[in-house]
Design a protein around this ligand. Structure first.
Ligand SMILES: *Cc1c(COP(=O)(O)O)cnc(C)c1O
Length: 407
C-alpha cells in the first residue's frame, strides 16, 4: 500500500473512478461556490479555531477513548476500546458535521439552512446547530420516518426547526434527500444544504469526511498518549459512511492499522432484506455521486432493510467504494439479530446503551478481539447512544413501552 491513500479526492471530486458530480445544471454554480468557500475556510486559521471552539464548548469534545474491560474479558483476546461519540451533545457523531457546515453557511452569507434526515439524528443535530447560531432551518423527512421517530420530530420542532414530511416514493431517507435537493435547486441563492453523510455530489463527501475526521484524529492522539502506540484494528459501522470515514481517514496511510467497516446485514442476503451496499451493490449513480449502489436487474435503486434506521440506505460514500476496491478497508456485514444481541451485551457488560447502528460494529469487534492476542488493541467507533432505539428494541423484544408494566 503506497502512502497516497489519503490524497483524494482530486479537483473534480473523484476517488479513483468514484465520486464526482452528477447533478442538474442549476446546482453546479452552488457546488462550485461551496467548494471555493470550503477551500478558503480551511486555509483560514480563524475558521479552524472557531470550529474547535464550538466542538469543545458546545459538543463537549474531546470525548474519551474508553477501555471496555468486561467486553474485553468476555471476548478473551485483544483489548477493546470505545471512542465515545455517544457522549457528544445530541448523542452521536452527526453534530460534528452539522456545526462545521453551519459555520460554512455563515461564511458564505447564506441565511437559511435545509437538511434531510432518516431516523432524525442528523435532523436533530442540524436543528441544534441552527438554534446555536440563530438560523432558520427546514428538515425534510419521509412520512414513514416522521411516524416512527416522533420524539426526534418533537425535538427539532422545539428548537424552532420546520419539519417537512415527504410523501413521495418509499417515504424514507432517499426520498427526503431528493426533496431537499429539489428545495435547494429553487433556493440556492439564500440556502445552504447541510448533507448528513459522506454522500452526494462533490464537494460534500470530502467536506463531511473532513469535519468528521476529528473522531480519528483524537483517537490517534489518544492511542499514542494512553497506550503508547497505534491501534491494531479500527472498526466502525457504515450507513452512508460518515462516522467510519471520519474514524478511518487519519489512519489510512498507516499500513499497520487494519480498518473494518460494518454494514447492515438485515434479515437475509436476499435483495430488499439488507443494506449491505459494498457486499452486494454494483457501481452506479445515486444522489449525484458515483459509488456502489444496491440495484435490481433493471438498474433501479433497490429497496433496503435494516433494524437500524441509520444504516438503512441503498448507497454509500464514494470514498468507501474507493477504499473497498483498493483493498485498504475491509467491509463486512452484521445481521439484525446479531446487532440486537450486541446491543444487550454491551448494555449489560459495560453500562453503555449503544445505538443499534453502533451495535453492528461492536459485534464485529467482539469477533475480531476473540481472534487476536491479548496485547492487541481494537478500537470501535461508538457512533451514538441507544436511547433513540429503546422503543423499537422493546417492541422487537415483545414489549410496548407506552403501556408496559414492570415484571
Ligand atoms: C446516522 C448514524 C449512523 C450512520 O451514518 P454514517 O454516515 O454511516 O455514520 C451510525 N451511527 C449513528 C449513531 C447514527 O446516528
Amino acid at each position: 500500500m503506497s502512502a497516497a491513500v489519503s490524497m483524494v479526492p482530486d479537483k473534480a471530486g473523484r476517488f479513483g473512478p468514484f465520486g464526482g458530480r452528477y447533478v442538474p445544471e442549476t446546482l453546479v454554480a452552488a457546488l462550485d461556490q461551496l467548494t471555493q468557500a470550503y477551500e478558503q475556510a480551511i486555509a483560514d486559521p480563524r475558521f479552524h479555531a472557531e470550529f474547535e471552539f464550538h466542538l469543545k464548548s458546545f459538543v463537549g469534545r474531546p470525548n474519551p477513548l474508553y477501555f471496555a474491560s468486561r467486553l474485553t474479558a468476555q471476548a478473551g483476546g485483544a483489548r477493546i476500546f470505545f471512542k465515545r461519540e455517544d457522549l457528544n451533545h445530541t448523542g452521536a457523531h452527526k453534530i460534528n458535521n452539522s456545526i462545521g457546515q453551519v459555520l460554512l453557511a455563515r461564511r458564505m452569507g447564506k441565511p437559511r439552512i435545509i437538511a434531510e434526515t432518516g431516523a432524525g439524528q442528523h435532523g436533530v443535530a442540524t436543528a441544534t446547530a441552527c438554534a446555536l447560531f440563530g438560523l432558520p432551518c427546514t428538515v425534510y423527512m419521509g412520512e414513514e420516518d416522521v411516524r416512527r421517530q416522533k420524539l426526534n420530530v418533537f425535538k427539532m420542532q422545539s428548537m424552532g426547526t420546520k419539519v417537512h414530511p415527504v410523501t413521495t416514493g418509499s417515504r424514507t431517507l432517499r426520498d427526503a434527500i431528493n426533496e431537499a435537493m429539489r428545495d435547494w435547486m429553487a433556493t440556492v441563492e439564500s440556502t445552504h444544504y447541510v448533507l448528513g453523510s459522506v454522500v452526494g455530489p462533490h464537494p460534500f463527501p470530502r467536506i463531511v469526511r473532513d469535519f468528521q475526521s476529528v473522531i480519528g484524529k483524537e483517537t490517534r492522539a489518544q492511542c499514542l498518549d494512553q497506550l503508547g502506540r497505534l491501534p491494531d484494528v479500527v472498526i466502525a459501522c457504515v450507513g452512508g459512511g460518515s462516522n467510519a470515514a471520519g474514524m478511518f481517514f487519519p489512519f489510512v496511510d498507516d499500513p499497520s492499522v487494519r480498518l473494518i467497516g460494518v454494514e447492515a446485514g438485515g434479515r437475509a442476503n436476499d435483495p430488499g432484506q439488507h443494506a449491505a451496499t459494498l457486499s452486494f451493490g454494483k457501481p452506479g449513480v445515486l444522489h449525484g455521486t458515483m459509488s456502489y449502489v444496491l440495484q435490481d436487474e433493471d438498474g433501479q435503486t433497490a429497496d433496503v432493510h435494516s433494524v437500524s434506521a441509520g444504516l438503512d440506505y441503498p448507497g454509500v460514500g464514494p470514498e468507501h467504494s474507493y477504499w473497498r476496491d483498493s483493498g485498504r478497508v475491509e467491509y463486512t456485514a452484521c445481521d439484525d439479530s446479531s446487532a440486537l444481541e450486541s446491543f444487550y451485551l454491551c448494555s449489560r457488560m459495560e453500562g453503555i446503551l449503544p445505538a443499534l447502528e453502533t451495535a453492528h460494529a461492536i459485534k464485529e469487534a467482539m469477533r475480531i478481539a476473540a481472534s487476536r492476542p491479548h496485547g492487541d488493541i481494537v478500537v470501535v467507533c461508538l457512533s451514538g447512544r441507544g436511547d433513540k432505539d429503546c422503543y423499537e428494541i422493546a417492541r422487537l423484544s415483545g414489549q410496548d413501552l407506552e403501556t408496559a408494566s414492570v415484571h
